[in-house]
Design a protein around this ligand. Sequence first.
Ligand code: MG
Length: 382
Amino acid sequence: MRKIALLGSTGSIGTQALDVAARHADRFQIIALTAHSSAEKLFAQARQFHPKLCGLVVEPESIPDDLRDVEWVFGPECIRAAATLAEANDVLVSVVGFAGLPAVMAALGAGKRVLLANKEALVAGGALVTEAARKAEQPLLPVDSEHSAVFQCLRARDTNAPSRLILTASGGPFRTWNAKDIENATVAQALKHPNWSMGRKITIDSASMMNKALEIIEARWLFDMPPEKIDVLIHPQSIVHSMVEFDDGGVLAQLGVPDMRLPILYAMAFPDRLTTGARPLDLAQAGSLTFEAPDRAKFPGMFLAYDALRAGGAACAMLNAANETAVEAFLAERIPFGRIWQVSRDTLEAAGAQPANTVEAVFEADALARRTARGILARMGA
Ligand code: MG
C-alpha cells in the first residue's frame, strides 16, 4: 500500500490520478490532497478518499461540517505541509507552474518519492532538483507522457547509455497552418488541441510548441542527456509517446492510446503495471503513424530551449517565466499568438545571465524575467 500526497488534486492530472487510485484502492491510499481554489471539488474528493490532510491555497469561506475531522491547512504553505506529511510515501506533484519547484524540493527534503507531473520544477531548478533527488536516494518518476515513455524505454537497456532521445509532439492545432496564420491565431483556435485534454496554459504551450521546449529541458535533467542529443519529432496521432535510440541504431518506442492515466498510473505503481481503464491500443484501427520534423518558421519558440540550455544558469527558469507572462497576455487577448515566443526571446536577451545555484536565486531570476517580460509587453502596447 503506497500512501500518496496529491498536490494539485482538482486539476486535469490530479483528477485522473484519483480515478486510477480509486480503481486500485488496495494499492493506493490518498493521505493528503491540496488544491489552489476549487474548494467544492476538493470537498467532494475528501469525502471519497478520506485523506488525513487537506489544503487550499485560497482559504474557503467555510469547511463543511462533515469534513471537520480532516486536518486543514490554508494558504501557500499547505503545499509544503502535504509534501512533507510524515505518513506519505509518495508525493504526486501536479500543481501548476512555478509553485512546483518548492513543492518538489520540500518533498525530496523530507525523503519522499516524487511523481513529477509539474514541468516547471525541472525547467526552473533542474540542477537543484536532481541533486536533491540524489541526496534523498529517491528516483524522480516522470508523469509527463513523453518522459514516462523515455523512462520506460530506458528500462530495457543493459549497460549502454542511449545515444539519442526522440521526444514526440502532436504538433498541436496549428501543425498544418502556415507561419503567417499561426502568428494571428485566436485564443479559441489555440485552445483546440486535437488529441489531449489539458489545462489552458499547457494547451496554449502545446499550440506554440513551447510545451516541447519545456520538455526538452525536462528531459535534459531527468535523463542527464546533453541538449544536442535530444530531438523532437512531430507525430500527430500521439500514439508513439517518445523513443530512445542506442549506439547500434536500435530505437525503442513506447506506444499507447493518448490517455494520461497510463503515465500517471505507471509512476504511481512503478515498477508494476496495473489496469488504467483506458481503451486498449488498436493499431489496425489507427491505420498509419506519421512523423515529420518540426518547422522552425512555424514553431520558433520550441528552439529557444536549446538556446536557454546552452546559456545555462537561470536561463531556462527565465524562459519559463517569460513564457508564462506572455501566455497570460495572450489569453487576455492583449497580444497576438505570434508575439508569445518573441517576448520570451527578448526577455532572455534583456535579462542577461543569472545564477541558479539556490532556490532563492531561481526565484529571483524568475521574478526578474517576469518584470522584464512585462516591460517588453508594455512596450508592445499590451
Ligand atoms: Mg508532455
